[in-house]
Ligand binder design. Structure first.
Ligand code: TXA
Ligand code: MG
Length: 347
C-alpha cells in the first residue's frame, strides 16, 4: 500500500486516567485524521463523516471497494436528526430499546451526508455504540464518525488492537487500544428505508428481539445464502468475500463423530479443524477452537480471533464445525459462511 504514515498507538483502559489520549483521538478526528477506535462489537477505523476528504482516506487505508457504504456513529440521539430526512416512529422505538448498542439502522439520508459515506445510495446507516471509549471519543470530537471495521478489506474483523496494528499500521494516524471487544461480531444491520423492516446483517441484536419491537421483519436472503450477482445487493458489503483466513475454509454440518471421521479421512499436510472448545481434546489433529458449543455469545467473541490464529499457524485447509443458528448463533453462522465463501457440506 502506498500511503505510509506514522501510526501512534495509545491505550485507553480508564476514562479518567487516559483522558489525554481520548482528547488526542477526538482532535485528530475533528481535524480530518484517521483513528482506529474500540467499539463493543469490533474495532472501527473512524473519520469525520461530514468531511469527504477524510472519508475517502478510509477506503484507501482498508483497500475497500468504493461502492460499499459506511456506518455513521453518533454519541447522542439528537445527532441523528441532521443525518436523515425523517426519523420515523419505528426507528425511534428501535433506538429507545437498543441504543446505545450493537444495532445499525438504515434510513433515508439528508444532503449533509457526503456521497462517499453512502457510496452513492440515498440512504445512510447510523449506529450509537455503547463502548464507553467510543462514546467519549465521538462526543469529544463533536462530529459524527464514519467507521467500518478496522481490518484490511476481506480479512477477519478486528477484536483486539493487535489485529488493527497488524492490518493498518502505517495507514492511520492513531490506534486506540482498549483491549478485547465484548461482542466480537459486527452490529446487526436493519433497514427501515423500504416498506417492511429488513434484516441485512445479523448481530448481537437477534431477529427475535427485533420482532418484539417491530412486529414483522424480513430477513434478507443474503443473510444465509450467497448473493445472486444478477440482482443489486440490499447491502453492498454482503456480496464481497469476507472474514476469510488465507486457508480454504469449508463449513461442515453434522455430529462430532461424523466430523471426526470426515476430517481424518481428509487429513493431509496443513489441514486444521476449527471446532468448539469441548471437541479440542477429542480430535488428535491440529485444531483451533472458537468457544463452547453451547455459547453463541462466546463463539461470537472468539470467532474472528480464531480465524486470524489459523493464518498465524499457516493453515492451508480448514474444516469448521458449523454453529447452531439459534439466537445470536445466526450472526456467527453468517460470518463463517462468508469466511468459507459459501462452501458448506452436510454429513
Ligand atoms: O459493528 C459494526 O457495525 C462495526 C463497528 C466499527 O461499528 N462497523 C462495521 O462496518 O461493521 P462495516 O463497514 O465493516 O460494515 C457495514 C455494513 C456493510 O455490509 C455495508 O455494506 C452496510 O453495512 N451498509 C452501510 N451503509 C449501508 C446502506 N446505506 N445501505 C445498505 N447497507 C449499508
Ligand atoms: Mg467490515
Amino acid at each position: 500500500m502506498e500511503v505510509c504514515m506514522e501510526t501512534q498507538v495509545v491505550q485507553v483502559l480508564d476514562l479518567q486516567r487516559d483522558q489525554k489520549n481520548i482528547a488526542a483521538a477526538a482532535t485528530l478526528l475533528r481535524e480530518g485524521g484517521l483513528v482506529v477506535l474500540p467499539t463493543e462489537t469490533v474495532y472501527g477505523i473512524g473519520a469525520n463523516a461530514l468531511d469527504p476528504m477524510a472519508v475517502v482516506k478510509i477506503f484507501k487505508a482498508k483497500g475497500r471497494p468504493q461502492d460499499n457504504p459506511l456506518i455513521v456513529h453518533i454519541a447522542r440521539l439528537e445527532d441523528i436528526t441532521q443525518l436523515v430526512t425523517e426519523f420515523p416512529p419505528t426507528a425511534k422505538a428501535l433506538a429507545e430499546r437498543f441504543w446505545p448498542g450493537p444495532l445499525t439502522i438504515i434510513l433515508r439520508k439528508s444532503s449533509l451526508v457526503p456521497g462517499a459515506v453512502s457510496a452513492g445510495l440515498d440512504t445512510v446507516a447510523v449506529r450509537m455504540p455503547s463502548h464507553p471509549v467510543a462514546r467519549a471519543i465521538i462526543s469529544q470530537s463533536g462530529v459524527p464518525v464514519a467507521a467500518p471495521s478496522a481490518n484490511l478489506s476481506g480479512s477477519p474483523s478486528p477484536t483486539t488492537a493487535q489485529h488493527c496494528i497488524f492490518d493498518l499500521s502505517g495507514q492511520v494516524d492513531m490506534i486506540v487500544d482498549s483491549g478485547w471487544c465484548s461482542v466480537g461480531v459486527e452490529s446487526t444491520v436493519v433497514t427501515l428505508a423500504g416498506d417492511v423492516p429488513r434484516l441485512l446483517r445479523p448481530g448481537a441484536v437477534t431477529p427475535e428481539q427485533l420482532r418484539q419491537v417491530l412486529g414483522e421483519i424480513e430477513v434478507d436472503a443474503a443473510v444465509a445464502h450467497k448473493h445472486d450477482d444478477s440482482r443489486p445487493a440490499a447491502s453492498p458489503g454482503m456480496k464481497y468475500k469476507h472474514y476469510a483466513p488465507r486457508a480454504r475454509l469449508v463449513l461442515v454440518h453434522g455430529s462430532l463423530e461424523k466430523f471426526t471421521e470426515y476430517v481424518h479421512s481428509n487429513n493431509t499436510d496443513g489441514v486444521f479443524a476449527l471446532v468448539f472448545d469441548e471437541d479440542k481434546t477429542k480430535l488428535h489433529m491440529p485444531c483451533v477452537s472458537y468457544g463452547s458449543q453451547h455459547s453463541p455469545q462466546q463463539q461470537a467473541r472468539r470467532l474472528f480471533s480464531a480465524l486470524r490464529e489459523l493464518d498465524v499457524q499457516d493453515a492451508a485447509q480448514v474444516f469448521a464445525r458449523a454453529p447452531s443458528t439459534a439466537g445470536m448463533g445466526l450472526a456467527v453462522y453468517n460470518r463463517l459462511l462468508r469466511a468459507a465463501s459459501f462452501e458448506e457440506i452436510y454429513l
